[in-house]
Ligand binder design. Structure first.
Ligand SMILES: [Zn+2]
Length: 731
């Protein structure tokens, strides 16, 4: 199985702020003017007479943000007003003369700052997909300010006193399960954010938090610039040998966009990188790509991330100590299924050794191919993908070029819709004429089995320079059902597929097919939620090491013959993928798993080792690369397999919310492997009874109960690790 670097991006929403998750300040472009035009006659600026859409109720279909009317300069005044409104609402909670009640305190905190949430969600998402200098500057300005607003709430003695009083009498308040959980978690959020600290410590925490939000924002921005800053320009067509036509077409289009009369340009987005490493026959060019990829953020200059990440590690360690935890990892892990860093590490090491052993076999098999080709060289890091593909062809007579015509994007998405329909009775209907943030976006209305409206699903599939890398799910609006509001979510899936040449279909590799299913699984988790409070809605409040379960679970369906028969149709002829090819796809699933397991666990261990440091240990790290090497050598990582991310471009942990949490994908895989195995064992991958329990206890439940309870209620028993090892072929 699959290791995905994609994630759930929480926009800088207040819900997220209140939930204590980390927003991911990152880039993104809005093709509109940046300057506010001023009338030369000295009259009011044109923008001043125009209505800011954030100051209105949105009358758009389903309340989708009016992207066609939102201009870059609307965000800041909307943030300002939203912050003012939040402060007024928070003051009303704090200074309420009535004694605290669940409604006037805990629930009121849940719903405070709605207009700020609306602008922060819109901004956060657009800044991720269509950024520009103007938006990036605003991000750098606003992220620390929002952090300060959040801290002001969580370190407010009077508010905490009200929450604490309610917490003390919680058994007598007559709360139902969800309300009780909201009270308990709200109390915990306050404690974990420093409400119970003395004043000096609280002040220091505020400084640390403000600085951390600056640093993580800059880290992400530097990384985007470093990624865009590299281009491999090929002018001699001989350098293209081995590459698939669609990659060549995209590279030519990219060259044209850059005004090059001839030649081909390859960038470092993950899809292009992996494609190039897999197919390019020219070993030297592969090495250039490989070195370019690994150098990002750590090669000196203005975009170097090493100082930022060292300071981040130090400040996180200091904050954890202030809060009474051993280290940042211990702090983070408290709310996860794993509970402690030691448990997470022990689990990773349980899979690490079988992965290394398998990788060693893979290397030996690939080296034989090199010899058979009559070469002398030993395989190096930049050879792995290329020879892994050759080995796959040799062992399974399967290559991606043969498969790709069957994996056309819109067909693949129909396959994912089919699975949702069969499992959960959910249908997706394309929407026309609704506002979108970019013309490539495809919007859908989503309905349940009784045609009840569940939410809006919006897919943004293509890479562009204004978009952050990777694939992710996010929300423009979270679900909420306080007082029967029945607010349904607006969910997005983002991919970074290369734009095909004019008139060509978008063809995916099998890996990309899995990514479509993966992000779609997150989307379902967001769309199906029935939790009453936004704090528990779908992906929003789920522990990191549980939240990848609903997404990875969906990946299993992509290789099921019944599902392939639906979506894997030849892009030109419409012919369903031949059974023989299906057999090969399934046989090849464990191929290269030694490598994939090793590069992923290496990155997970590195993450843990940046975050289990005491402050003085973190301060003592002088050379980032040296520290990385020491850590990884201690675990016995072979140098030929690069960690999935080196620290200076490890955005998950230094610019996103996955610090001390990158292990979570593999942890969640215990659940998805075990859960899917239950369906398989029943003889029906759409087993209605299992599907009903899965829907009720996972996709609809969101975070309204503890993750281990949710899983047990679905499965009827504890998960075991064997299915994971089995599916990866590591047993
Ligand atoms: Zn994911």
């Amino acid at each position: 199985m699959k290791l995905k670097h994609h994630s759930i991006i929480a926009a800088v929403s207040l819900i997220v702020i209140l939930a204590g998750l980390n927003g991911c300040g990152e880039r993104a472009e809005q093709p509109v003017a940046h300057e506010t035009p001023t009338d030369p006659a000295g009259e009011a600026p044109a923008a001043a007479v125009e209505v800011n859409p954030f100051f209105e109720t949105w009358e758009t279909p389903f309340g989708i943000p009016p992207f066609d009317r939102i201009r870059d300069e609307h965000y800041k005044p909307a943030f300002e007003r939203g912050i003012e409104e939040l402060r007024t609402e928070i003051a009303a909670i704090r200074d309420n003369p009535e004694p605290p009640t669940f409604e006037n305190t805990v629930e009121a905190l849940q719903v405070a700052g709605r207009s700020l949430t609306r602008v922060a969600d819109t901004f956060g998402n657009v800044n991720n997909t269509d950024t520009n200098d103007f938006l990036q500057e605003l991000d750098v300005e606003m992220t620390p300010r929002l952090t300060r607003e959040r801290d002001a709430i969580y370190m407010d003695e009077k508010i905490f006193a009200r929450v604490d009083a309610l917490f003390g009498q919680r058994e007598t308040l007559g709360l139902d399960d969800q309300a009780m959980r909201l009270l308990e978690l709200t109390h915990l959020d306050f404690v974990r954010r420093g409400a119970a600290l003395d004043e000096a410590s609280r002040e220091r925490m505020k400084e640390i938090n403000a600085r951390l939000s600056e640093l993580t924002t800059v880290f992400g921005q530097n990384l985007l610039k470093e990624t865009n800053g590299f281009e491999l320009v090929i002018t001699d067509a001989a350098g293209l040998a081995g590459l698939p036509d669609n990659m060549i077409g995209s590279a030519r289009a990219k060259a044209e966009a850059k005004g090059l009369a001839d030649g081909w340009v390859f960038g470092l987005d993950r899809g292009t990188f992996e494609g190039f490493m897999t197919y390019a026959d020219n070993r030297e060019l592969r090495e250039q790509m490989y070195q370019g990829y690994r150098a990002r953020g750590g090669q000196g200059g203005d975009m170097d991330n090493r100082d930022e990440l060292s300071e981040i590690a130090f400040l996180r360690a200091e904050a954890a100590r202030l809060m009474g935890y051993e280290n940042h990892a211990a702090y983070q892990m408290e709310k996860n299924m794993a509970k402690t860093p030691e448990t997470a590490e022990a689990f990773l090491l349980e899979v690490w050794k079988p992965g290394l052993d398998r990788a060693e076999q893979e290397l030996a098999e690939m080296q034989r191919i090199v010899q058979d080709e009559g070469h002398e060289f030993l395989i190096e890091g930049h050879d792995w993908w290329y020879y892994a593909e050759k080995l796959r062809q040799q062992k399974y007579a399967l290559n991606d070029k043969e498969l790709k015509p069957y994996f056309e994007l819109s067909n693949v998405r129909q396959g994912a819709f089919y699975v949702a329909q069969r499992l959960f009775g959910v249908t997706f209907e394309p929407l026309d004429g609704v506002p979108v943030w970019n013309e490539v976006v495809k919007p859908y209305a989503v309905y349940g089995p009784d045609r009840e409206f569940l939410g809006v699903y919006m897919a943004d599939d293509y890479a562009r320079e204004s978009k952050r890398g990777g694939a992710w799910m996010s929300t423009y609006r979270d679900a909420s059902n306080i007082d029967g509001w029945d607010i349904r979510p607006i969910v997005t899936n983002n991919l970074n597929l290369a734009v095909p040449a004019e008139g060509e279909p978008t063809l995916l590799t099998y890996n990309q097919v899995e990514t479509v299913f993966h992000e779609f699984g997150h989307a379902l988790h967001g769309l199906l939620t029935k939790a009453r409070y936004p704090r528990f809605s779908g992906t929003a409040g789920s522990p990191r090491d549980f939240v990848e379960f609903p997404s990875q679970f969906m990946e299993h369906y992509a290789t099921e013959p019944e599902v392939l028969a639906i979506y894997a149709r030849h892009a030109e002829t419409g012919e369903v993928i031949p059974q023989e090819l299906v057999g090969k796809v399934r046989a090849a699933r464990t191929h290269n798993q030694g490598f994939k397991t090793t590069e992923y666990i290496a990155a997970s261990l590195l993450d843990l080792k940046w975050h289990d440091l005491a402050p003085d240990q973190a301060a003592a790290v002088e050379d980032v690369a040296e520290y990385e090497n020491e850590v990884l050598a201690a675990y016995g990582k072979p140098s030929i397999i690069e960690t999935r991310y080196r620290s200076p471009y490890f955005a998950h942990i230094f610019a996103g919310g996955y610090s001390a949490g990158y292990y979570a994908y593999l942890w969640s895989e215990i659940l998805d492997a075990d859960g899917f195995t239950a369906f398989k064992a029943s003889g029906d991958i759409f087993n209605p009874e299992l599907a009903r329990r899965l829907k009720a206890n996972v996709y609809e439940a969101g975070a309204s109960r503890d993750a281990d309870v949710l899983y047990r209620d679905f499965r009827g028993q504890e998960p075991t690790i064997e299915p994971l090892l089995e599916i990866r072929g590591l047993n």
